[in-house]
Design a protein around this ligand. Sequence first.
Ligand SMILES: [Zn+2]
Ligand SMILES: [Zn+2]
Length: 388
Amino acid sequence: MYAPAGVKTSRDYPIPDTMKAWVLGDPGQLSLREKPVPVPKKAEVLLRIDAVAICATDLEIIYHGPPALIHGGMPHNKNFTPGHEYMGTVVALGPAVDEYRLGQRVTVEIHAGCGQCKRCREGMYTACHNYGLNYGDVDKGHRANGFTTDGGFCEYQVNNINTLVAIPDAMSDEEATLVVTAGTAMYGLTELGGLVAGESVVVTGPGPIGLLGVAVAKALGAQPVILTGTRDNRLKIGGELGADHVVNVTKENAVDAVRRLNGGKGVDYVLECSGAANAVNEAVRMVNRGGKICLAAFPHQETPVDIAEIVRNNIYVYGIRGEGKSATHRAEAFMSQKRFDATKIHTHTFPLDDLPTAIRYAKDRVEDAIKVVVKARGVAATHKVAAE
Ligand SMILES: [Zn+2]
Ligand SMILES: [Zn+2]
């Protein structure tokens, strides 16, 4: 029975010695294995994972490798378990942990920085300078579960207490997996961007971050919030999440539409979530002079950018990696106050054992899948559960 020295557990939450865990083999290959249940160290807890959402970045990692970095290199065939958008129940406390209690429900941020580099000291722990240096005799203490350390496509995982976000009983497991996605949008708009109420925002690309970007921007008091994309069903969800206007770019020129909808002027912010080849140049023409462009998507090719237009117009362009400066806590505050209903982007749930099916739904957008969740318990095998 699981009883590591110095670790506090409870009879109410019995923990086995081994667990089911999906392991990445060659690109695109996942297999279900037994792994030892990990042991929390100082400032860490063990979570029983209750739900985990599939992210486009998981698909990047599983099929291509980056941005995962395992033992300093590609993640394939290293007994690595991916998955990073999870939530669960605290079932064991590492030595001296008193910030959380056994049985508490939490969702997680992905990155625990090293805590000692320049960026970590600034709160930008997703841009830790010791990223991935957490193995062998170069252990700097950095963890990004599902990227540089084992993630959530399994039954239990250890997390640094700094990565935990407490959630209320009323928040479902599925909704809790979406907090980190909303937190990423929050980080891009406020902590990195400086958005304040009354400023105008365009979100390009109605994927999960884009749709929750709309919701967060609206909850922050942005005006107007305009969403652009190609699929009417997703644009409709954007409207339900708070977009004042939606633009289908297959029917109307995106730049013209944005200017028309904003009184002939450019907007203060563009949150670029499409990764489209022309996205940056279009964003440059959507913002006003001195406006800001947050890049939140991974394009698959290098693209020419109109630098002169950026220079002439004093435009700020910045990339965003993950969810720093505790932005997830503020996103969770919006969600627990029901300022927007993130579950509108949750479309399917599968059992953990059916992860390959769940990944196929997410990757091929089967039945218009947006956010697909897997759960180790409480979901009948072979049956998906569509969101209501
Ligand atoms: Zn993600
Ligand atoms: Zn660091």
